[in-house]
Design a protein around this ligand. Structure first.
Ligand SMILES: Nc1ncnc2c1ncn2[C@@H]1O[C@H](COP(=O)(O)OP(=O)(O)OP(=O)(O)O)[C@@H](O)[C@H]1O
Length: 314
């Protein structure tokens, strides 16, 4: 193997091909291909049951794939599970904290698992308590903390050993918007320090913060790219209609073969019109009996609608 090949291989934190997991008849993950460059935040966006957690468990080596190849941090996962464990962090969907241990004791427990002892252990725990704003809670039982505090402690535990690659499975489902916002700032701090992050979510606004993402449905990847690239490549234009009788209009427009979706957002009807339609605003205005129509900026939710469900465009 020449050095150019080696360099190319290790550029990706995750390089997986044809990843498939079956549970009996159920195909939880279906021929998933993934290439995630180092130092990026990559998202899995999809509804409950689309295979996000199973994919993460396959990529961390906790679950064995039925088919497919996985390379993590430049090494095949198969046969390197043990050595890779120290280079990977994983924050599970339900924070895996010990409720009846204090914040500090939770950190001590995780530190022991990763072989930290003496001064090194103490210094790292002090550093994490300060970094995650948990100094005042150090002696508090984890079970008595707020959702946001638990989340910060779970992140501190998952990153205690300074992993190069961090997996976060729906990390913000139990916290309020302000804590989510703050949590994402911390993720970008980690990313800037060189950590690659794979985060699963079913929140559109969260997915929009990722450098790039995969939209998943029923175990398959429906689309993949940066949020902007996904919006640019959307096979539909977005037209907003305003006026009266929008509920009735929604029914009418929803029947049209060139309309992929309609949804009411406040006082507007948001209509996704197939890209083949030459002048989408005039097209919708005519179908809407002259109600006011105008082009709107696509959102990630629009992308999601066009690449999933019955009317998705392959
Ligand atoms: N151990 C298992 N045995 C059988 N079926 C499973 C198992 N684990 C997951 N599944 C099924 O595989 C599919 C994907 O589940 P998975 O948990 O990966 O989805 P998800 O996108 O992470 O959703 P959620 O956020 O609800 O966990 C689901 O239909 C689920 O019921």
């Amino acid at each position: 193997m020449n050095s150019a090949t080696t360099y190319q291989q290790t550029e990706y934190a995750i390089d997986a091909k044809g990843l498939t997991k079956r549970f009996g008849e159920k195909v939880a993950v279906n021929k998933l291909d993934l290439r995630i460059p180092k130092g990026r935040i990559y998202g899995f966006l999809g509804p409950n049951g689309c295979g996000k957690s199973t994919s993460i468990r396959l990529l961390t080596g906790l679950l064995e794939a039925t088919e497919g190849e996985i390379n993590i941090l430049g090494k095949p996962l198969l046969g390197h599970e043990e050595s890779l464990k120290t280079r990977i962090g994983y924050m599970t969907q339900k924070f895996s904290l010990y409720d009846n241990l204090t914040v500090q004791e939770n950190l001590i427990f995780v530190a022991a698992i990763y072989g930290f002892s003496g001064r090194r252990k103490q210094a790292r725990i002090e550093e994490l308590l300060a970094m995650y704003d948990l100094e005042k809670q150090a002696k508090q039982f984890a079970g008595s903390m707020s959702g946001g505090q638990k989340q910060r402690l779970a992140l501190a535990c998952a990153t205690l050993h300074s992993p190069e690659l961090l997996f976060l499975d729906e990390p913000t489902s139990a916290v309020d918007p302000e804590n989510r916002r703050e949590f994402w700032e911390r993720l970008f701090d980690l990313c800037t320090a060189g950590t690659t992050i794979l985060v699963s979510t079913h929140y559109m606004d969260e997915a929009e913060r990722c450098h790039s993402l995969a939209i998943m449905e029923e175990g398959r990847k429906r689309a993949d790219g940066s949020p902007q690239a996904l919006m640019d490549a959307m096979p539909a234009n977005v037209v907003e209609v305003s006026g009266s009788g929008l509920r009735q209009l929604k029914q009418t427009l929803g029947q049209h073969p060139n309309i992929l979706s309609t949804a009411q957002i406040g006082a507007h009807l948001r209509v996704l019109v197939q890209k083949g339609i030459h002048n989408p605003v005039e097209f919708i205005s005519q179908l809407s009996d002259g109600r006011h129509a105008q082009l709107a900026r696509p959102s990630l939710e629009d992308v999601f609608v066009t690449c999933t469900g019955d009317r998705h465009v392959d």
